[in-house]
Design a protein around this ligand. Structure first.
Ligand SMILES: Cc1ncc(COP(=O)(O)O)c(C=O)c1O
Length: 371
């Protein structure tokens, strides 16, 4: 039985030309033409001033926090419903995460919860917002509240390259924004990430820290702690070839999303992840929610699909429920993220799927609900 993946790397065929060029010029180094061009091309796509290509999205969040001066004991507000890489760098900085619940309209930080968080912690050093599964946060409200309290925003756009909110591309909503090019993302460099900002000073600082914080001296001089976080010239070459098909991948992901919606619309117990008002999602992963009263649980579907060699995945387990973070504060009104986690499932959203492949997924889901 042919395996159907959740979201696997999908090459354009244009990547090798950039990689060959790097080989021919012997730029098998962490820096080079591909890195510079990849940064420029992503900036152009998103419409932002400057970017630093890094080894991962996690490294980008770490350096974003450092650039905003987050350090020992600082409070950082962060979305609870996300992958752990969104908040682990807060711990790298010895700062204190405060987890914020989501709302049902966006699955991202609820502005009601954000207002509540400020009542308890009036001076957070930063706020990390996620565009979950590609769906943009409600930026008008979130930015208005953060601005009122003078809190800089880090936009975790790891999953949302190609999405937009009110005509503006994701990756440009934060004082600093970050992307991931991990293998499962809408475009990949096999592993990689990027930090983006209209404030060039943040990006210059990230480039400095990510290349071991080496001062401009002939000898190796270090006044600050450095990291080896730069993206390699080879990986950046993959990224350049991938960027050429980003819009096509968004179209394909959107086709998949619409296909599931159409073919499953008569099953009343299933609803789909919403799209934020005024936003366009890249539909990185198509996610469903199962009605509270249904006898079918997400795990039943996941296991039925797994038996047929089809990948699906539980919704991110909220950080407020993670054993590692169990003693951290969590601001909520009615535990929406936990509810989404219990009732939700990410369906195979691989752009290499054919309609027959999607029909296989759909017929297994339909069988679960018939039974
Ligand atoms: C929401 C989110 N934030 C951060 C990351 C971290 O990115 P990376 O795997 O490139 O470190 C990921 C994905 O892996 C992610 O999904």
């Amino acid at each position: 039985m042919k395996k159907i993946y959740l979201s696997s790397p999908h090459m354009s065929g244009l990547e090798m030309a950039y990689i060959n060029e790097a080989f021919e010029t012997n730029w098998i180094a962490p820096l080079g033409e591909n890195v510079n061009k990849f940064e420029e091309e992503v900036c152009q796509y998103i419409n932002i001033n400057s970017a630093a290509a890094l080894s991962s999205g996690t490294a980008a969040i770490h350096l974003a926090l450092k650039a905003l001066g987050v350090g020992n004991g600082d409070i950082v507000f962060v979305q609870s419903l996300t992958f752990s890489a969104t908040c682990n760098p807060i711990i790298y900085c010895n700062a204190t995460p405060v987890f914020l619940d989501s709302d049902y309209q966006t699955w991202n930080i609820s502005h009601k919860v954000l207002e509540l968080a400020y009542e308890k912690y009036p001076n957070p050093k930063a706020l990390i917002i996620v565009n979950l599964y590609g769906n943009p946060a409600d930026y008008d409200e979130i930015k208005r509240i953060a601005k009122k309290h003078n809190t800089p925003i880090i936009e975790d756009a790891a999953e949302s390259l190609g999405s937009s909110y009110k005509g503006i591309k994701c990756g440009s909503f934060g004082d600093i924004s970050i992307l991931s090019f991990n293998g499962n993302k809408i475009i990949t460099t096999s592993g990689g990430g990027m930090m983006l900002s209209n404030n060039k000073a943040y990006i210059e600082k990230a480039k400095f820290w990510s290349t071991q914080a080496r001062e401009k001296e002939r000898h190796y001089e270090h006044k600050e702690l450095g990291y080896n976080y730069r993206l390699s010239n080879i990986c950046a070459g993959i990224g350049r070839g991938q960027l050429k098909v980003l819009d096509l991948r968004v179209q394909q992901k959107t086709f998949i999303n619409n296909y599931y919606k159409t073919k499953l619309k008569d099953i009343e117990e299933i609803s789909f992840m919403p799209v934020t008002e005024g936003a366009i999602s890249n539909n990185w992963l198509t996610c469903i929610l199962i009605d509270k009263k249904s006898n079918i649980k997400p795990l039943d579907i996941l296991l039925a699909l797994e038996t047929e060699n089809i990948e699906s995945r539980p919704i991110w387990k909220p950080m407020s429920l993670q054993p590692y973070y169990k003693d951290r504060d969590y601001i909520t009104v009615d535990n929406i993220a936990e509810n989404i986690f219990k009732r939700g499932l990410c369906l195979s959203s691989d752009t290499k799927m054919t309609e027959q492949d999607m029909d296989r997924v759909i017929s297994i889901i339909r069988k679960c609900f018939k039974a």
